[in-house]
Design a protein around this ligand. Structure first.
Ligand code: NDP
Length: 295
């Protein structure tokens, strides 16, 4: 099966590495060419010099870009992929995108007899390296079954959520929960710090109690306690995700005060900390406002 992988960023790179072996014939492309040529050298696969060259013969094209805007730009922009994809191919969008854009992209591709599946992932860079990502898919059962061998190469779990766009909707809500967990855990620990209670003791209690989450069990012990904030998932991307969640809630008239507040707080944190900060660094804004360091 010929696969083209477009976007070798923090998570795209380890995902693509699972496709660099039979039964796949992998071609990679990345906007910054050096990353693709370096990947191709390390994995003995082909690096294409343009996205159009990468997809021309592909049975399955995987995109992993910051947002649906970049995917749409690549597919439908000037000199886009639309005319290059072969009829009968499938495009799997692993970007954490937005449902409305996915439906537009799917409609454009349908005219070219190309299938579309939105297939955002969860599990972080660690999960991508281990090949244990959770993939949430939007698309017909038939389309998802066709691309399942590709998804299985980096997935521990594949769930069909419904028609095109629903994978992106579920991902956005998962990200809203992640943002709420980070901010609320940060506020609780900053409050305890002002009382003189250390974060290690507080987390030991919380992680044996009903307030625990992946944030309290993994992210905070690994990153906040040790004051190491590896840039595995940019705050800018979480800001984008929570904004998508708030938009979806507004479009379907679902009351969403928590999601809206998380969207505002993460936009503020992104503005304050910049494009390159990691998502867990958002707690630095809470610390600054509370006048404490969570240690
Ligand atoms: P990065 O910022 O690390 O990488 C982004 C990738 O997109 C790079 O390959 C970049 O190319 C490329 N890119 C950016 N703008 C354009 C453009 N205009 N045209 C073409 N290519 C472009 O992001 P991640 O790899 O972390 O994330 C990718 C997607 O996966 C996002 O939607 C994110 O929300 C999602 N995700 C990320 C997770 C993580 O832990 N990192 C976890 C789960 C989902 P270049 O190298 O030239 O900059």
């Amino acid at each position: 099966m010929r696969v083209a992988f477009l976007g070798l960023g923090a998570i795209g790179e380890p995902m693509a590495s699972h496709l660099a072996k039979p039964p796949f014939e992998l071609t990679v492309w990345n906007r910054t060419t050096d990353k693709a040529t370096d990947f191709a050298r390390r994995h003995t696969v082909v690096a294409a010099s343009s996205a159009a060259d990468a997809v021309r013969h592909a049975d399955v094209v995987v995109t992993c870009l910051p947002s649906s805007r970049e995917v749409k730009g690549l597919v439908a922009g000037h000199g886009g992929l639309l005319s290059q994809l072969k009829p009968g191919a499938a495009l799997v969008d692993c970007t954490s995108g937005d449902p409305a854009s996915s439906r537009e992209i799917a409609a454009l591709l349908r005219d070219r007899e190309v299938d579309f599946v939105d297939a955002p992932v969860s599990g972080g860079v660690k999960g991508a390296v281990a090949g244990t990502l959770t993939v949430m898919c939007g698309g017909s059962e038939q389309s998802i079954d066709r691309v399942r061998p590709v998804l299985s190469a980096f997935a521990g779990k594949i769930v069909r959520c419904g028609e095109v766009g629903t994978g992106h909707a579920v991902k956005a809500m998962n990200q809203a929960l992640l943002a709420i967990h980070i901010w609320s855990a940060g506020e609780c620990l900053a409050t305890l710090a002002r009382l003189g209670v250390g974060a290690a003791a507080a987390l030991e209690v919380i992680n044996g109690s009903s307030g625990r989450s992946n944030t309290s069990e993994n992210l905070f012990p690994e990153r906040v306690l040790g004051r190491a904030f590896p840039r595995t998932f940019r705050l800018a991307l979480l800001d984008k995700d929570v904004a998508i969640a708030a938009d979806i809630a507004s479009q379907v008239d679902a009351p969403s005060p928590f999601i809206d507040l998380a969207a505002r707080l993460f936009r503020e944190a992104h503005d304050l900390l910049g494009d390159e900060a990691d998502h867990v660094e958002a707690i630095k804004v809470i610390e600054e406002r509370a006048g404490v360091i969570i240690v």
